[in-house]
Design a protein. Structure first.
Length: 253
């Protein structure tokens, strides 16, 4: 079976599936299940692995481990009535293993999904919207405090003598935080970066290896009155590694 990340394959009957770089899914807990349930759920997880990142799949598998205690529809229905906010996560997990892949639908979980798929659970909590002016963004004071804390931690990290792995890891983590704040991008995008993605303003990004890959942002920064750098980033949602350059570069002040 093939994971969502290109180049990573796994054995259905192994207890450890490597789904990406340093991304492993552990499934030894399934060995206590009946053989027919074991095979059905293993296939469901394997097919879902084509569509979900390792982190998302880990969440679904963690919920599935709990679900395995309530596989009888009557038992599940009784347990479902005791849940509150957890219902949305449970139903999404059932959807992931019953509906997401057109190639395999879990026969064990379909009766459970049919019980809850039509239930109105309300909308997701919109108060967490990043654009919400009161709860979804930092205030000026919060942002200033965050930037000041990053500045102090950066100075402390740079004062270290890099004789141990711990000192280097500390600097790596603080630089990652600085980049996340500066370019407002997720860690899954930062791990795709290479040195060739960081140039002086005025230098243009091009694919340095293959001419048939779209590695060039549509909009780049070509002029600055001071020495500045700009950074090329890649979209992180399509599952490809360095496949799809974002439309504009990020100028770093």
């Amino acid at each position: 079976f093939q994971s969502k990340v290109e180049g990573y394959e796994f054995d259905l009957f192994s207890d450890e599936w490597v789904l990406g770089y340093k991304k492993t899914l552990y499934l030894e807990w399934m060995n206590t299940l009946d053989s027919d349930v074991f095979l059905d759920l293993r296939l469901a997880i394997a097919h879902a692995a084509k569509y979900y990142s390792c982190n998302s799949l880990n969440v679904h598998v963690s919920i599935l481990k709990t679900l395995c205690q309530y596989l009888e529809p009557a038992t599940f229905d009784a347990w479902w009535l005791t849940l509150t906010d957890y219902k949305k996560k449970v139903r999404y997990t059932l959807y992931a293993f019953c509906q997401r892949s057109p190639e395999h639908r879990s026969e064990v979980l379909i009766p459970l999904y049919d019980l809850v798929k039509e239930e109105n659970l309300g909308r997701w909590d919109s108060s967490k919207n990043i654009l919400d002016e009161t709860t979804g963004a930092y205030s000026e004071i919060e942002r200033d405090n965050l930037l000041e804390a990053l500045r102090i931690e950066t100075l402390h990290a740079l004062d270290n003598e890099f004789a141990t792995t711990k000192s280097f890891t500390r600097l790596r983590n603080i630089l990652a935080c600085q980049l996340m704040v500066a370019v407002v991008r997720r860690p899954t995008q930062l791990v795709q970066l290479k040195w060739c993605d960081l140039l002086r303003v005025g230098q243009a990004f091009t694919s340095h290896k293959e001419h048939n890959r779209d590695w060039q942002p549509l909009t780049q920064h070509h002029f600055s009155d001071v020495e500045q750098l700009h950074l090329r980033t890649f979209k992180g949602k399509d599952g490809g590694f360095r496949r799809n350059a974002e439309s504009r570069s990020h100028r770093l002040d």
